[in-house]
Design a protein around this ligand. Structure first.
Ligand code: MG
Length: 356
């Protein structure tokens, strides 16, 4: 991140506070892992010289984090954060926090996001500008259609009529029926997410060949995440671009995907936040990998943070706030599906406090 030189203020202290919430989906959300109606999150607030900055941890079941584990991790970080006299050296601070425990990536991400927001607010600049991005070069977000019966799929497509790309969740059960239903209603481009749901490479190749003439942009995580030999086999034969999601989590994972996938799905909750996500973008470009910026079920806080980096990506799947009933923030927006960054400092949130 680019920022100017700060004067070190020995008296300034950071104050960290946090609060757990539950987000409720507008509709039950079914993917290959199972069905959920809500998701736990934690919102972090940093206070520094009268500025308030925010971060968010969202915990999908498969990463093993919960309200309890995130709060336990945040308690470990309070000593580090509140004793910082200079909260702007992200590389050093985040390295120290990362070393506190393995995993806990969503808990680490909420601190990263809040620190990025704070730096932007201190500099009075949006994060996209501090990272050197061009505001208008954002992609269109996909709008996710969870697995459902044909009648409900029709309603979901109608609800997403303002978006130009659909993301379709498949699970290996009624996949062709699902795609046929969608194609009977709309010819908009679709991105497919299998969430590891195709159990073998032959089934995956057969489905890809069936899908290739159906205006499909990409296939995400076709096979189980650790099945690298089969991923390579499929990569050599696939007529559609293959993206890794569950197979890749952090910067250190990128090099192993280059012979098995065309692109990667970067999510702040998997990779500990914006600072590491930006490094992943740089490394992916060196390896000629395409990039999709994805999300978990999140409020406009974490989504606005991820959106700051989307001018560097090929695709974005940042529809988290569109699928929940109780968004806690107002942040970046979508103009007919195109991610629209604002000029607010930090991650682009309108001001709020945790007590509201
Ligand atoms: Mg995915």
């Amino acid at each position: 991140m680019r920022f100017s030189n700060y004067i070190r203020k020995k008296t300034a202290r950071l104050k960290l506070s946090y609060k757990p919430y539950t987000l409720y989906f507008k509709r039950p959300f079914k993917i290959a892992h199972g069905t959920r109606s809500s998701t736990p999150i934690v919102i972090v607030q940093l206070e520094y010289e009268g500025l308030l900055a925010y971060g968010e941890a969202s915990m999908p079941p498969y990463l093993g984090e919960s309200h309890e584990t995130v709060i336990a991790f945040l308690k470990k970080t309070i000593g580090i954060i509140e004793n910082l006299k200079y909260p702007f050296d992200l590389e050093t601070i985040l390295k120290e926090i990362d070393a506190l425990a393995p995993n806990n990536t969503a808990a680490k991400a909420c601190i990263d996001i809040a620190l990025n927001d704070l730096i932007g607010k201190y500099e009075n600049k949006p994060c996209w500008q501090l990272y050197g991005a061009k505001k208008t070069e954002t992609p269109y977000t996909t709008y996710t259609l969870g697995i459902d019966e044909p009648e409900i799929m029709k309603q979901k497509i109608d609800e997403g009529s303002g978006y130009s790309i659909f993301k379709v969740k498949l699970n290996g059960e009624k996949d062709k029926e699902c795609i046929n239903t969608i194609r009977s209603i709309t010819d908009k481009p679709i991105a497919i997410d299998v969430n590891q749901g195709w159990k073998n490479k032959e089934e995956a190749l057969e489905m890809i060949n069936w899908l290739k003439d159906k205006n499909v942009l990409l296939i995400e995580q076709a096979l189980p995440k650790n099945n690298w030999d089969d991923a390579h086999w499929l990569f050599e034969r696939s007529s559609l671009p293959l993206y890794a999601d569950e197979s890749i989590q952090r910067l250190s994972d990128i090099d192993k995907v280059k012979d098995c996938f065309d692109g990667i799905n970067i999510k702040l909750m998997k990779c500990t936040g914006m600072h590491e996500a930006f490094k992943m973008i740089e490394r992916a470009r060196e390896l000629k990998l395409k990039i999709l910026m994805g999300c978990m079920s999140e409020t406009s806080c974490a989504i606005s943070a991820a959106a700051q980096l989307t001018p560097f990506t090929d695709y974005a799947d940042l529809d988290g706030p569109l699928l929940i009933r109780n968004d806690l923030f107002t942040g970046i927006t979508f103009e007919k599906g195109k991610i629209t960054l604002n000029d607010l400092p930090g991650i682009g949130l309108f001001q709020k406090t945790l007590e509201e």
